[in-house]
Every structure is written in C-alpha cells, then in structure tokens.
Write a protein that binds this ligand. Sequence first.
Ligand code: DGJ
Length: 707
Amino acid sequence: MHDSILRLQSCAVDVVIKTHPFTEILYWGPHLAHFSPQDALSLARPVANGRLDVDSPITLMAEPGHGLFGAPGIEGHRQGLDGSPVFRTVDVSLQGQALTIVADDREAGLRLTSEITLDTTGVLVVRHGLTNLKAQPWQVERLAVTLPVAERAREVMAFHGRWVREFQPHRLTLEHDSFVLENRRGRTSHEHFPALITGTPAFSEMRGDVWGVHLGWSGNHRLRAEVKTDGRRYLQAEALWLPGEMAIDQGETLWTPRLYASYSPQGLNGMSQQFHRYLRDNVIRFPENKPRPVHLNTWEGIYFNHDPAYIMRMADEAAALGVERFIIDDGWFKGRNDDRAALGDWYLDRQKYPDGLMPVIDHVKNLGMEFGIWIEPEMINPDSDLYRAHPDWVLALPGYPQATGRHQLVLNLNIPQAFDYVLERMSWLLGEHPVDYVKWDMNRELVQPGHEGRAAADAQTRQFYRLLDTLGQRFPHIEFESCSSGGGRIDYEVLTRCHRFWASDNNDALERNTIQRGMSYFFPPEVMGAHIGHHKCHATFRQHDIAFRGLTALFGHMGLELDPLSVDEAEREGYRHYAALYKRWREVIHHGTQWRIDMPDATTLAQGIVSDDGGQGLFIVSQLQMPDYTLMMPLRLAGLEAGARYRITLLDHPNIRLTGEGGHTMRKLPAWMEVPQVVSGEWLMEAGLALPVLDPESAILIGVERV
Ligand code: DGJ
C-alpha cells in the first residue's frame, strides 16, 4: 500500500493521493512537515452495517461502480452499452509536483488520463482526458473533476448575479445532499460564476479553513458541493453538455476544462492570495510587461454618435487628464447607429469616418496615448449585409425560430466560411491599423445553439477560443479585454488569452464596491477593469461625487467611462487627481498582496494592498450605508510586518466634514488624523486604527509606510 501513496507538496498546501488499484485523493490540506506514506493507513475506513460489505472510495473519477451513490464524475454510454466504467490505474508518472495517472477500463473500452499539478503557490490544477478505445463512439453525458474536501467544510459560498450586478456572494450551511450551480447560458455568465467555496463554519476573510474551486471554462457548466450520507464531502465541477452534444470517436480524447483549487487555513484571503499569485506567475502576461495604463472608453460618453472631430477633442481632453489609452467603443462600423443593426458588417462606416480611422488614431498616438477599439465578432444582426448574404450562418437548430437578444443572433463559428470571414475582417482591422487594444464584447446568450442539427454550445466556445488564439498569435503586441455585457465572460480559461475583464456595465460606485469585492476572490486588481463613470450613473441614475467614484476605481485597472468635454472643470480636476493617484500607487496595487478585511459592521467594506516587501500599504474603507453604530469600528490592518513601525497617512479624505463644516456625523476627528503617528505593524493588525465617522456612500484612503 505504501508504494501507492504519493504526496504533492508546496510550502503551504499538500495533497496526498493513493494511486492503486484505484486513484483516490486522501488528503488536501495544510502542508505536512512530518509526513510518511504509512501514515495514510490511519485513514483506512471501517465498513458500516446496513450498506455494502466493502469500502467505497471516492475515487478520482467518482465512479458509481465503487458504490459511490453520490453524483458520479462520469456518465455516458455506447448506444446503451459500456455505461458504468470503473478505471484501474495502469501508469503513474510524477515530474516535480505534476502527477499524471493513466487508468483503463478494458471492459468499457475507455482510458482516463488525469493530470494533477500542485503549483508552488499552493493552487491545485486538475483535468481529465477521456479516450475512447473502441470502434463505436462513446456518448459523453458528463465528465467532471471531483475533489474530496474535509468533513468540517460545512458551509458553502457561491456567487449569484445578473447584468449590472455581478459577483454577489451568498452562503449556506450544507448538512445533507447537495448544492448545485448550473449555467446553461452559453457563456461564463453573470448569473453563475463557475466557482464554489466551502469551509469551516463561519469562515471569514481572515479566519477558518477554506477550500475554493474555479472551473476555467467560458461555456455551460455545473458545479456541485455534495454531502454523502456517510458524511464525506466533495466538490465537483464540469462543462455541461446539452443532449447529444458530446461524443468521442475511437482514439479521440476529450479533455475536461481545468479545475483550479486552493486550500487556505487562513480564511478567504489566503485562498484569494494563492489564486492571485498563481495567475501572476502562470497566466497573466502583459505585452512588454507594461504598467496598466489609464483608459478612456467612449461608450457612456457618446454611445453610437461618432464624429471624428469631436472624438479628437475628447482625446485632447483625455490626454490632458492623464489618460494613457483611448478606446473607441461600439458605433464605428457600417450602419451601426443603434443596437438594432450592422453586427457582422465589420467595415468602417464611411459616413461617420469619411477619411478613415487613421486621422483619429494618429491624433490619439500623437497625444502619447495608445489606441483601442471595440468589436463583437461572434454576433450578427438580422439587419446586416452579412445576414442578408448568409442567413444560414446563424448558430441555431433548423426548424425553430431563434430568439434575438439585444436584436442580435449568434454567428455559427463552426462554419469554416463564417469563421474565416470574421478572422479576415478582424485581421484587416488589427493589421491595417496600429491598434494596441481590443475590447472584445459578447452580448447575448446562446439559445438552442446548433450546428448541422446538433447541439453546439461547447463547439462554439472552442471556436471562440480558436479565433482569439489565432488573433493573439497574429498580433502578439495587442491586448484583449474580455467583455460580455460587462462581466458575463470572466474566467481563467479566457484569461489565458486576454489581459483584462470589463467587470460590469454598472459604474455606480456603490454597486461597484460589492461587484469588485466579489470578483477579487478569484482575480487580482490588475485584470479588473474599473472605470470612473459620469456623476449621474447611467446604469442606476444614482449620483456620487468624484471622490467616491475615484477611490472605488482605484483598486482595479483604472479608466474613465464618459465624455470629459461634457462636465465642468471641478469634475475634470477630480479625474486628473484620481488618475494621478492611481499612477502613484499602481505598482503596489498591481503587484502587492490584497487583503479584504473583516469589519464588524456589515455596512462598511474595507480592503488593503500591501507591497510584497511589507514596506507600503494602501487601505480603503468604503461606507456603503448609514453605519449601524455611532462610531466606526477600528480598522484592523493586515499584511504588515509585525515588528516594523509604520507612518499612517490619510491619503484621500475629501468628504470628511465635521459638524459645523457641513457634516452631520462627527464632531472631532480621530487623533491620528490631526497629529501624525507612527505605530507598530503588530498594533495596527491586532488593535487597529480608529476611523472617522463616514457618511454613507463615501470612502477614505489610508496609506501606511514603514519607517
Ligand atoms: C456592452 C458592453 O458591456 C458595453 O461596455 C459597451 O461596449 C456596449 N456593449 C457596446 O455595445
């Protein structure tokens, strides 16, 4: 038995795996300083009365053939046959912390290849490949990655959401059966972000054991947290296929999406920090390693009203405000005057741009900014020349009318001519113009997605990847943003091909606080597009002053989403100020360690980012509603060096007013705001820092510097 016990280890996390005769994950938890393989015997289970006479392991593929009875990891058949495979290990190879296990079922004619890698950051990456060894196709209904978690992981956290309200966390206690999160919308979705977190009761940002998983896949998916009747628990994640959608021919291998998993004994922060570090080390690559430039995106400034002379004036003003990248959004192509027509006709609108795009691009570049442009390549409007020429290029099932969404249909990228057409048009756009950045949008869900009569949501997702891959290879200097009506396509698989996410179409600073915090569980700030919008928010009509909007956009990749010519000088001064503040701190924000802070009053959100050497930290406190108490609770900082001393500075405080100065909530400031103080890191983390009483919908920014 001992020979078949393997351990993957990192400095924070270990995974212990039994490989023979069946593969089973025995342990996923803190790094073990004193492990020896025979220790695993202590977990050999008894056999309970009243059920099977044999032990039933939760194997790597969670086959029902072992007497699992819970949700299986594999379901499928060969015209009714070979429907209950059980895999026996035939080969194991370990290279560093990367384990590959090959297992066969000769009866069913299937081979399973499992890749399990524990990254130095502690993130576990798992995927399975299923190969058909027999002549007839094997119809795959389900193929999931299953990870057992400790029995003490009794609470589950997941995210719900919708357009303009992404990444809203919710929690439940799971004692029996399962919690299932299913996405059938054809894109990663606003509604069902593919992640599950489970942990010890009342796990928080700073405390508790936490196991979190994210499925890197931009299509339909299913995630499950399961409690077996014997009390064992597991997490499961998979691409979700529609009836008849997936079959593998002889010799063909179907790979699951990768499951990314992080265990932390220090609450949600530990989990997120591992994920962030993993992405920084392995996934996120910015051309030339450039700092994240301040954006100005034209959408909420001018919508479809494109006048090159006016856009150039916007660019002048943007440059004067400190903007470094200027992006023309929707509306530049032939016939695109509203959202009813022209998707697919990727030719310049000569009525709007009689001299072409180059005068605008040259102007932007002469101002020292990069140039970006919007496109939505996967879509087609019924009112377009493309549709009139090729009505059969729509992703649909014949015989059924296809519902439009935002007046548009989906272009079937599985049709080679359709794929080549879009590739050619995008290559024209990106090859004939000096474009630095593409905002790649995708604004509708897939309904009855079909190709040649068969369900084709999975295939469409893969073609989207192929299109983006091909363009990424052709234009390696160009950065891509994944946008899908805001945050409808945010996941690790698309992040291997893009450089930024548009987190939400909602630029309301109040809403952005929860959206961005939700996103931060899995994504670091440098890939999170966060824009200052107009003072009257276009999505909610709520009004916020520039300070709240500016500070809220600081902890991401900052930009402006407005027409800077349409506002007064005081507003513009605000944009200038926050763009400069962002530039001053972006090195720390985009490379440091992020801490979400547990606050006793749920009306307050606080977070900080500390540079890796512990020398500098930036903390923001956002007051979302009227505080529950008359005094704010002290802010217990995190991530500082306990033995070091820090100078505390109020970096941004424009709205703090005392009674008599127009304020209502406070007569006297906390002492440190009047007399500069130097305090030990330990004290700041254990005892904390008194906060001023904040008005609802306002924020303050605090800097700490090691002295
Ligand atoms: C939806 C995006 O989320 C917006 O930011 C904008 O690009 C519009 N589409 C343009 O149609």
